[in-house]
Design a protein around this ligand. Structure first.
Ligand code: G3I
Length: 333
């Protein structure tokens, strides 16, 4: 947090309600200036049933941030991806006038969530992952079926109305490894359309789950710079919202692996911090035992992934040093 602040960057991490043991929270208290709930602001947590809203898990995280003087990011108002919508919402019948009813539902949901957290959330991932990486087009969901592209516009407009002081962000996981070309193209097209239609949006959240799918050694520097240049050229602020390093294609040996993870991170962060438009940097968890990657993309050798700055015993790793070094080398913004 201190090294980042010296360069005008806000540093922090995701935190989930299931991992709030004291030793872990001590790391967050020592290192973070901003917290984002990993899952607790998602629609499948808040709205498990129609017309019922459960803010309790999210309030726990928001309370931790407030009690410790940390800022709070919000993730996410419209995760426009069917895998992460509650069943009832997937099967929702928007009736005889689906466009009108879908808009009513979306605006009402965003109003409830934004007004519940008020000004505490200073930055919202309004829309998350609406681009299909395979096609580069907007994903097919109950909202796009009823409203087309307008569901994206409506989400941002409602967020501006009900969270008028918050930074509004589009967040996605296109990455710099080979294989992400169509995804990047689709996201740029979306960012262009949002500008062309004067949609209220301030920032572009680059999730930064690097090394994804075991492609840690296939980073495309030149293409990635061109991609970021294009976003910056459209006057978007930049955020690293979910940083971690998937070590799937690195060897089992811990020292070798940690060095590989640290090197990949330094390479990536040096490039990212060279953009002065980037002023937030959040890790997707601070210790290996609490990383989503353990369950989601296990290694072939069955050893736990080592994707975060601290190990499972809460000891700092070479990745922490690499982050510190990148921050020290970063220009001030
Ligand atoms: O809490 C339940 C638990 O009660 C149950 O026993 C268990 C059995 O599966 O599931 C637990 O819920 C899991 C939850 O994480 C909490 O650990 C869900 O199944 C699981 O789907 C959920 O995964 C989260 C995922 O998003 C889907 O929401 C990950 O923790 C979270 O790290 C991940 O975060 C996403 C970002 O939101 C968007 N960008 C990509 C990123 C990584 O996938």
């Amino acid at each position: 947090r201190t090294l980042a602040a010296e360069k005008g960057i806000l540093f922090g991490s995701a935190l989930s309600a299931g991992t709030m043991e004291p030793a872990y929270l001590d790391i967050l208290k020592a290192e973070c200036g901003v917290i984002v709930p990993e899952n607790e602001f998602k629609v499948y947590v808040i709205a498990t049933q129609p017309d019922r809203y459960n803010f309790a898990p999210g309030d726990t995280i928001a309370g931790f941030a407030r009690d410790n003087g940390m800022k709070l990011r919000g993730h996410t108002l419209l995760w426009n991806k069917v895998e992460f919508m509650p069943k009832w919402l997937l099967n929702i019948d928007f009736g005889a006038n689906p466009a009108r009813e879908a808009e009513r539902y979306l605006r009402d949901y965003i109003k409830r969530v934004c007004t519940h957290y008020g000004d505490q959330v200073f930055s919202w991932d309004v829309v998350n992952e609406t681009i299909d990486p395979q096609t580069g087009d907007i994903r097919d969901t109950p909202f796009t079926r009823a409203l087309g592209f307008d569901c994206i516009r409506i989400a941002f407009e409602a967020a501006r109305e009900y969270a008028p002081k918050a930074q509004l962000v589009y967040n996605d996981y296109m990455s710099w490894e080979r294989g992400n070309e169509t995804h990047r193209k689709g996201v740029l097209k979306l960012l262009e359309t949002l500008r062309a239609k004067n949609v209220p949006i301030d920032g572009f959240g680059i999730q930064s789950h690097i090394g994804n799918d075991g492609h840690i050694k296939e980073a495309q520097h030149e293409q990635w710079r061109a991609f970021i240049d294009a976003a910056v050229g459209m006057d978007y602020k930049l955020l690293i919202t979910e940083f971690d390093v998937n070590d799937k294609d690195l060897p089992t040996d811990t020292a070798v692996r940690d060095a590989g993870v640290a090197a990949a991170a330094k390479d990536y962060l040096d490039l990212m911090f060279s953009y002065k438009q980037l002023d937030q940097f959040l890790c997707w968890g601070m210790s290996d035992n609490h990383s989503w990657l353990q369950g989601w993309t296990p290694r072939a050798d069955k050893t736990p992934q080592r994707p975060t700055p601290y190990d499972a015993q809460y000891r700092p790793k070479p990745l922490r040093e690499a982050i510190a070094a990148a921050l020290k080398a970063a220009p001030k913004r």
